[in-house]
Design a protein around this ligand. Structure first.
Ligand code: ADP
Length: 652
């Protein structure tokens, strides 16, 4: 349902674009051929037709004659090969011409009227072109699949036929001394001409509602309300704006005419489109909410599994148990990586991701990143080298987290897909001006490489080139995420590779230099800040409580457990704590409400509250910080990161 609302909106938008196109292009076309070939070409491209043929009535014989065709009958030049002639009443096209109503034939194989042209196709749509209540032609399309055509396509095509009918008739009758607006009369969309003084010079029937919305004075035939827009168009060129009445929304185009003191106004009814857009927006929000709660539901038990394997690991185990535990941990981590990647990818798709710029020392960040990969490379017996000379002691302002996320993925892949030789990270810079520069990272590996035929698809979602990618711990989403993140940074991501020899991924972005002491995060020393610190752990999930308390004890802290927000408030009243670890999603009273309740009483002693959540969405973070929490950590937490956060907090 949600996805269908989104695709309905996309489809409607294409249809409206098509109608908009004809509303304007028809005015500029110089011959019947221009119009007919334009219809065929656009219907194929925008409505996914495989062919499109336009027949016009030959007044001398009263037959229908093929005048334009796209599809298998296309000649290199706009000319129909062996144009078919058909009597009115003959075949599906002839019936439509006779009745003056469109027809969709879902299965031509059971319709006796079907006339085989160049080949048999299983469904057909034919729409009449009507001028002054008389059929002057038919637009016809066939498709190899049964039941291909929809009533929406028929409606769009009927609209196009109505827009084009008058101009076709006008060319046919050669009465070219008629004023231009004539061919807009049957246009179901508003078309009018307004002078720079606001006088409505010509208008068609469909314009009346629009003029009403523009508050024109029909007595003096003047539209003072739109004067400014019209003068802007005359002075500054064509404009597009939206206009709404109580019941209708229009997209309005104002077009100036060289050396003329009037403008043309064409409008398209976009009421349905705007409603569909609202529905699609609502569906997107629903999807985001669904993902947010799913992320919690899936990540919480996963967190428990992974954390318990960590705990089990520190107990005495026999060889077999160790082996099983290792496999359990690998599968758990893989599943978590997949869930995280899906959520991250959806987050990037659904929400507006902010670029969070901070000042930081680039080589320090990269060094830490490389250190975290060193063990992995050593385990595989491959080298991991770097050349960071160009950025030594360089302080930049950028989104450190996103850059790290991209490089983590690229380095991780390079190591993952390299079994001998190794991986190197090289960084180059190019000065763009005094303070701005371009930084380019190149991650080169001597791994299995990527076949040339697949290289263009490598950044697509769930693309895994190698059969053993999954075994190597892949999800097929990493590069798609990197690509989007690099777009958010205004950067570029590209790849060169030779199968069997290795790959080189290049990521570059523009940034600016900053002075060393600007908002650099301080790091804490080795001192154990957690020793004997009283920590209140609040979580409704028993396993989470056990895991957090066990780690806290290992770090020398004294944990107290509360299994609900109310229990936490009671404990906070009775005893003193140095820090509170508060789960966000809890029944009855959640972590945010508990925090608000505690902090709203000024008599309560100040205690830092750190939120814990399995929810990865930024609005949860905002809500937590707004409620007064000092920080928010996502679950499953990395024990070292949690220890570092708590130590830093207790040190200050
Ligand atoms: P995965 O989680 O599978 O690594 P990615 O989106 O990061 O997902 O990568 C997609 C696919 O691209 C991988 O499965 C692999 O087939 C190929 N690939 C990515 N990086 C490399 C590399 N450095 N060398 C060889 N193949 C790679």
């Amino acid at each position: 349902m949600l996805n269908s609302n989104i695709s309905k909106y996309d489809q409607l938008e294409t249809h409206i674009q098509l109608i908009e196109y004809f509303t304007q292009s028809i005015y500029k076309s110089n011959s019947i051929e221009d119009i007919l070939w334009d219809i065929c070409n656009n219907c194929i491209q925008k409505l996914n037709f495989v062919d499109c043929v336009v027949y016009l009535v030959d007044n001398a014989t009263n037959d229908l004659v093929q005048r334009a065709a796209f599809g298998d009958k296309v000649a290199v030049e706009p000319k129909v090969k062996d144009p078919i002639r058909m009597r009115i009443g003959q075949g599906i096209v002839g019936t439509v011409a006779e009745k003056g109503e469109y027809e969709i034939v879902a299965d031509t194989s059971v319709d006796e009227r079907y006339v085989v042209d160049d080949c048999i196709r299983l469904s057909e749509l034919a729409v009449p072109i009507i001028f002054e209540n008389k059929v002057i032609g038919v637009i016809d399309s066939e498709h190899p699949e049964k039941d291909f055509f929809t009533s929406t396509q028929a409606r769009v095509l009927t609209n196009i036929a109505a827009i084009c009918a008058h101009k076709i008739a006008w060319f046919e009758s050669k009465q070219q001394n008629e004023i231009a607006i004539n061919f807009h009369i049957a246009n179901p969309n508003p078309a009018l001409r307004i002078s720079v003084l606001g006088d409505v010079l010509d208008h068609n029937e469909a314009s009346l509602k629009l003029l009403e919305a523009m508050k024109w004075d029909s007595k003096v035939i003047r539209c003072l309300n739109c004067l400014k827009s019209i003068r802007d168009v005359v002075h500054y060129g064509n404009r597009v704006f939206f206009l709404e009445s109580d019941t209708t929304s229009w997209k309005v185009f104002c077009e100036s005419v060289e050396n003329k003191s009037y403008v043309y106004i064409f409008a398209t009814d976009v009421t349905e489109l705007i409603q569909a857009k609202k529905d699609a927006e609502a569906a997107r929000i629903e999807k985001a909410k669904f993902l947010s709660s799913m992320s919690h539901e899936i990540r919480t038990p996963l967190h428990a599994i992974i954390s318990l394997t960590d705990l089990l690991n520190s107990t005495s185990l026999n060889k077999k148990q160790e082996e099983y535990l290792e496999m359990l941990k690998f599968s758990g981590k893989n599943l978590l990586a997949l869930v995280n990647d899906i959520l991250e990818f959806e987050r990037l798709e659904l929400t507006t991701v902010e670029v969070d710029e901070v000042g930081f020392q680039l080589d320090t960040t990269l060094q830490m990143l490389l250190d975290s990969f060193r063990i992995l490379a050593e385990e595989k017996g491959i080298y991991l080298e770097s050349n960071l000379q160009a950025i030594s002691n360089l302080f930049i302002r950028s989104d450190e987290q996103k850059i790290t996320q991209i490089l983590t993925n690229l380095l991780g892949n390079a190591i993952k897909f390299t079994d001998s030789g190794g991986v190197s990270l090289d960084v180059g810079i190019e000065a763009l001006s005094d303070r701005s520069l371009r930084i380019e990272f190149a991650i080169t590996d001597s791994g299995i490489g990527i076949p040339t035929s697949q290289i263009s698809e490598i950044f697509e979602v769930f693309k895994m080139v190698h059969i053993d990618s999954r075994k190597r711990g892949g999800t097929g989403l990493g590069l798609a995420i990197c690509k989007r993140l690099s777009e958010y940074l205004g950067g570029q991501l590209s790849v060169e590779s030779t199968e069997g020899l290795g790959s080189k991924f290049t990521f570059s972005f523009n940034t600016e230099l900053v002075s060393p002491n600007c908002d650099i995060e301080e790091t804490t020393g080795d001192k154990n800040q957690l020793l004997n610190k009283r920590v209140l752990v609040v979580d409704d999930n028993k396993v989470n409580l056990i895991v957090a308390s066990t780690f806290l004890r290992q770090w020398g802290a004294i944990p107290t457990e509360a299994d609900s927000g109310f229990a936490a408030l009671e404990l906070l009243e009775k005893s003193q704590f140095d820090v509170v670890l508060m789960d966000i999603q809890m029944p009855e009273i959640d972590g945010i409400q508990t925090t608000l309740k505690y902090l709203s009483n000024p008599k309560n002693p100040v205690v830092p509250i750190v939120g814990l959540t399995a929810d990865v969405f930024s609005n949860t973070r905002d809500a937590a910080l707004n409620a007064g929490m000092i920080d928010l950590i996502t679950k499953p937490f990395n024990p070292r990161a949690l220890e570092a956060t708590l130590s830093k907090l207790l040190d200050s």
